[in-house]
Design a protein around this ligand. Structure first.
Ligand SMILES: Nc1nc2c(ncn2[C@@H]2O[C@H](COP(=O)(O)OP(=O)(O)OP(=O)(O)O)[C@@H](O)[C@H]2O)c(=O)[nH]1
Ligand SMILES: [Mg+2]
Length: 647
């Protein structure tokens, strides 16, 4: 039935070798698997005896269609149609290297190209163990137009057999035929989440909370979460992060659920990511990559885009150096987006150059911002910066306080770029309020670094308003996470006022993670005061309409969070507590100030101008000799004007 032909240098082969080679045709390989242990062992055994390369060619049904001895690159495969420019040939080559050095040689790679193999493996024995390397196309082209080849290994040969070839081949074909451009962007991304539950870890967060947040991040990035895997494990497996059994279980699940990516809650090493990709056959992302992807989608301004691109480059650099990440680069979608479309395809030198350029550009932006800030400082306008966990309600608060129109949304990282608005406090003082990017636990360092330029607004502010979502059960941990990031920025010691937000969500008795639209239920709970306040929208709250918080019975959860912290409770949505908040801010700026009454002779009129710049002039009168000014000044400034002081 089958033509048991053996091609190549078979002239001097002993009959028992020929018989052995011919009997290899009777073996078969499970569909979607590279090779089998038996096939590998028998190939290596023959090679060791004859000292020559042996190659078998396997089709996608797992049948051996050709066998050759000697140089694989001269082999003639009539069954292989390698003419198609847009598809792989459907045949893979598994061959031995007599030396045990299994790196694919240049001739190996050119025969991979010539015959457009699904994949090409080289196997051999090294210190008694079967090892191998795999080469395959990425679907991308090199600069010179030839197809880019990805190399994997050397690894143990049985490891190669665990690679799931089918999805790999599909992705490559898809990429080759360029269907992907439109198709995969519209295709639903079906995500599986994964994490480990380390009982001994000092992690503050409950694994479930952290994974719930990861699901929220995945949703924000546009994925549908189809399953979650948590494994109890003291520490991550160095090769696969999870245990081998768990990974196998996951592979089944992925197949059944048609999942397209797996997102891990912790940062993976480049090799874990590569191994998992090979074992699971789908794109593998970690929390960092997911956050970077969201940032990439959200970046609007030039500065925002640059900063995201910088962070992405820094993230991908070690991963490109360490080969792999093939599937994560194929097919577009989550994890592959970014301001620089080709970012993951450029080689490392180009990446380094680009990093250098961006850093220069960011440095320029930084200087520009510094100038702005200096101008503001010269104008003596104090600055309050809103900081806090993502989704805490910072932008909503800025809008409520200043009537600004900043985009606020019930998704993570709605804001990336800072917005500054001025606010006139009840005592007439004008301050600037800055809203900026939210923080999150395990915020990638690369991102914090990259965002230094915009986060400097925070570092330079006079006071931080730390907005906390009190309706979130993890509020205490979120405060902790924000504090960590502030430390990293060198802003942890700044004066801070805690602003416990979303009070309306707790006062309806639902507590905890209750319904999102709690405010709507407030009046049915007999506490209509918030509603009355809320009806007067953004920025327009006037005193008297709003209940003083002292009258309001604060829920125990809020009291707990306030313990030992300076701050107040508000609802940015309904406006409750905003007057108190403004009063707190005003009183902060008042302390450390003194009120003076000065008399400045007309001959020194320039001092009056300086006074207007240096402090807040409350009252001005004139007499025949000069100007009488009542003014509030910082202690420092006051010292310079003391000589004019009267009474
Ligand atoms: N119930 C209630 N919801 C609020 C309140 N303040 C904000 N929200 C909602 O919380 C969600 C997040 O608000 P944002 O203002 O976008 O939060 P943020 O802190 O700016 O978030 P990022 O920019 O993503 O870091 C939105 O859906 C708001 O409508 C509040 O006082 N009560
Ligand atoms: Mg925001």
């Amino acid at each position: 039935m089958k033509d048991k032909r053996i091609q190549g240098e078979i002239q001097n082969l002993k009959p028992h070798i020929m018989r052995e080679l011919q009997s290899l045709y009777d073996l078969s390989v499970p569909v979607g698997q590279l090779s089998t242990k038996e096939l590998n062992e028998r190939l290596i055994a023959v090679t060791e005896e004859i000292g020559r390369e042996v190659a078998v060619y396997v089709d996608r049904k797992g049948r051996i269609i050709e066998i050759s001895v000697g140089n694989t690159w001269t082999v003639d495969l009539p069954a292989v149609d390698a003419r198609s420019e847009v598809r792989l040939s459907g045949v893979r080559c598994i061959h031995t290297h007599p030396s045990g050095d299994t790196e694919l040689s240049d001739p190996d790679i050119s025969s991979l190209r010539r015959l457009r193999f699904d994949a090409m493996a080289a196997i051999g024995r090294l210190s008694g163990e079967s090892v191998g390397c795999l080469g395959f196309f990425t679907g991308e082209k090199e600069e010179d137009g030839t197809l880019e080849v990805q190399l994997f290994g050397p690894v143990r040969a049985d490891h190669l057999n665990r690679i799931r070839l089918t999805p790999l081949i599909q992705s490559i074909n898809k990429r080759l035929s360029r269907e992907r451009t439109q198709a995969t962007d519209d295709e639903e991304e079906r995500a599986v989440l994964a994490g480990i539950d380390a009982p001994m870890a000092c992690a503050l967060w409950m694994t479930e909370d952290s994974l719930a947040e990861l699901a929220e991040l995945a949703r924000t990035a546009g994925a549908t979460v189809v399953g979650t895997f948590i494994q109890k494990k003291a520490k991550p497996d160095t090769a696969l992060f999870l245990g081998r059994g768990k990974v196998e279980e996951m592979a089944m699940f992925i197949q059944n659920e048609r999942a397209t990516l797996v997102i891990f809650d912790d940062e993976l090493t480049p090799s874990q990511q590569r191994n998992l990709e090979m074992a699971l056959g789908v794109k593998i992302l970690d929390r960092t990559a997911l956050i970077l992807d969201i940032f990439a989608q959200r970046a609007r301004t030039a500065a925002g885009k640059l900063q995201v691109e910088l962070a992405q480059m820094k993230y991908s650099l070690p991963r490109i150096l360490g080969q792999g990440l093939v599937l994560s680069r194929l097919g577009g979608g989550i994890g592959t987006r970014g301001p620089g479309e080709t970012k993951l395809e450029v080689d490392r030198r180009r990446i380094r150059r680009r990093i250098h350029d961006i850093e220069g550009e960011i440095e320029r932006l930084k200087k520009e911002r510094l100038l702005h800030r200096e101008r503001r400082r010269a104008a003596r306008i104090p600055v309050a910066a809103l900081v806090g966990y993502t989704n805490a309600g910072k932008s909503t608060l800025l809008n409520a306080l200043t009537g600004a129109d900043v985009f606020a949304e019930d998704k993570l990282f709605a804001t990336l770029d800072p917005t500054t608005r001025s606010l006139r406090l009840a005592d007439g003082r004008e301050i600037l309020v800055t809203d900026t990017v939210g923080f999150i636990q395990k915020l990638p360092h690369t991102l914090v670094q990259a965002f230094h330029a915009t986060l400097e607004e925070v570092v330079e502010a006079d006071i931080l308003l730390h907005v906390v979502d009190v309706s979130n059960e993890a509020a205490e941990f979120q405060i902790e996470a924000v504090t960590e990031v502030l430390k990293e920025l060198g802003a942890a010691e700044k004066p801070m006022l805690y602003v416990l937000n979303k009070l309306d969500r707790l006062t309806n008795g639902a507590g905890g993670t209750g319904g999102g639209e709690a405010a709507a239920h407030v009046d049915t709970m007999g506490d209509a005061r918030y509603e009355a306040a809320g009806s007067d929208a953004a920025g327009g709250f006037s005193e008297g309409e709003i209940p003083s918080l002292e009258e309001v019975h604060l829920p125990p959860a809020v009291l707990r969070l306030l313990r030992g912290r300076e701050g107040c409770a508000i609802s940015a949505r309904t406006g409750a507590g905003l007057v108190e908040l403004q009063e707190r801010i005003a009183s902060f700026f008042r302390t450390g100030e003194v009120e003076l009454t000065l008399h400045i002779p007309f001959t020194e009129n320039a001092a009056v101008t300086r006074l207007h710049e240096a402090g807040r002039v409350l009252q001005t009168d004139y007499d025949e000799r000069g100007t009488r000014v009542r003014v509030r000044l910082s202690e420092e400034e006051a010292a310079r004007f003391r000589r004019y002081e009267i009474s």
